[in-house]
Ligand binder design. Structure first.
Ligand SMILES: Cc1ncc(COP(=O)(O)O)c(C=O)c1O
Length: 364
């Protein structure tokens, strides 16, 4: 059994993907080819944002907007400690401080009720993370940000395709960042990312920063870097995107089937908040008390698992200089001890769901 079945996906869409790859090789426009622009307009319109800018990774998609906002040493950015390290790497890269807010015990996303207590005169923005494919409570977060004149950037690296109160992830804040890492809901065949905004001034800045800070060739108007997405990746994603909506529908159905099978057991299945119209289950993550034993039993049966994420960021050795200590974010700490992810992709069969859920129940 595969944790994420990219081989099956390729076999199903092979003709379309191969055609895109060979067309782009024959065209030889490997950088800034027409598929990059087409992917940007296609995905901007899909999420409902005015603009999209493709870039090299989800990490860079988080970094570039912070550069555009002029984030620097002494600034503070509010985010959650229960996320992938990239969310705070970008803050630290610019010399700013990640200020953590604990998560909601049910959704695992930032708890909006805890944000205001963390705002200081140095706070510049908030990065809520839409973890595991479910959007954070953006309306509440945006309300607080507006009151305190802060920007909001959704870390949508795990939530492309998710729907919150009828609106798509990536179009719910001043700017957002997603990742096309191969295992993401919409993945490419390497690294890739994208930023979305409806703010024209911000769009122009991020577009410029992503291409060496150039406005026209060799006219460097601001500090930038080479953050470009290559044309081959854009073409592959255009081919895959034709099937993306169907895949999101299947992901939602498979998540619901898993959850149904865990009813009445000790497993804490993912909680879907009333404001969530669609969770895309970038990961289907459950909580169990005896995680290591469950993982061992599943591994013995050939069922792959993963842990997203075993150590909250305030407890990671690389981030001790910020002075956080064990016990500061108790919900993140508890969840990190109990969480584990099960195989999840749009091609998972009923039989496989049965095999996994039976194995988990037996292991408990
Ligand atoms: C929440 C979150 N933020 C940021 C990233 C970084 O994305 P990438 O791996 O494309 O740089 C990821 C991807 O793993 C992620 O899950």
């Amino acid at each position: 059994m595969e944790f994420i079945d990219l081989k099956k996906q390729y076999k199903l869409y092979k003709d379309e993907i191969d055609k895109k790859i060979w067309d782009n090789i024959n065209n030889a426009t490997f950088i800034n080819g027409k598929d990059v622009a087409e992917l940007e307009t296609t995905l901007a319109s899909y999420v409902g944002a005015k603009y999209a800018v493709a870039c090299s990774t989800g990490t860079d998609a988080l970094l570039i907007p912070l550069m555009a906002y002029g984030i620097k040493a002494g600034d503070e950015i509010i985010t959650t400690p229960f996320t992938f390290a990239a969310t705070i790497e970008v803050i630290c890269m610019l010399g700013a401080k990640p200020v953590f807010v604990d998560i909601d015990e049910r959704t695992y996303n930032m708890d909006p009720t805890k944000i205001e207590a963390k705002i200081t005169k140095n706070t510049k923005g908030i990065i809520p993370v839409s973890l595991y494919g479910q959007v954070a409570d953006m309306d509440e977060i945006n309300k607080i940000a507006k009151k305190h004149k802060l920007f909001v950037m959704e870390d949508a690296c795990e939530s492309f395709g998710a729907i919150y109160k009828g609106k798509k992830s990536c179009a719910l804040s001043d700017v957002s960042a997603t990742s096309f890492f191969p295992s993401k809901p919409l993945g490419c065949y390497g690294d890739g990312g994208m930023m979305f905004t409806s703010n024209t001034e911000l769009y122009e800045k991020i577009k410029c920063i992503a291409n060496h800070g150039q406005q026209g060739r060799y006219n460097h108007v601001m500090l930038g870097l080479n953050f470009r997405l290559d044309t081959l990746q854009a073409g592959i994603m255009l081919a895959k995107f034709k099937h993306f909506e169907d895949e999101c529908i299947k992901r939602k159905e498979i998540g619901a089937k898993y959850t149904e099978k865990f009813k009445g057991s000790e497993v804490i299945a993912p909680y879907i908040a009333p404001y969530t119209d669609r969770c895309v289950y970038a990961q289907y993550s459950i909580r169990v008390k005896n995680r290591e034993a469950v993982i061992k039993k599943l591994t013995e049966k050939g069922i792959p698992t993963a842990v997203h994420y075993p150590i909250p960021l305030h407890m990671q050795p690389g981030y001790q200089s910020f002075g956080y200590k064990v016990g500061d974010f108790p919900i993140s700490e508890t969840v990190a001890k109990e969480i584990m992810s099960l195989p999840m992709h749009p091609f998972l069969t009923d039989e496989e769901i049965n095999t996994v859920t039976t194995a988990v129940r037996e292991a408990l």
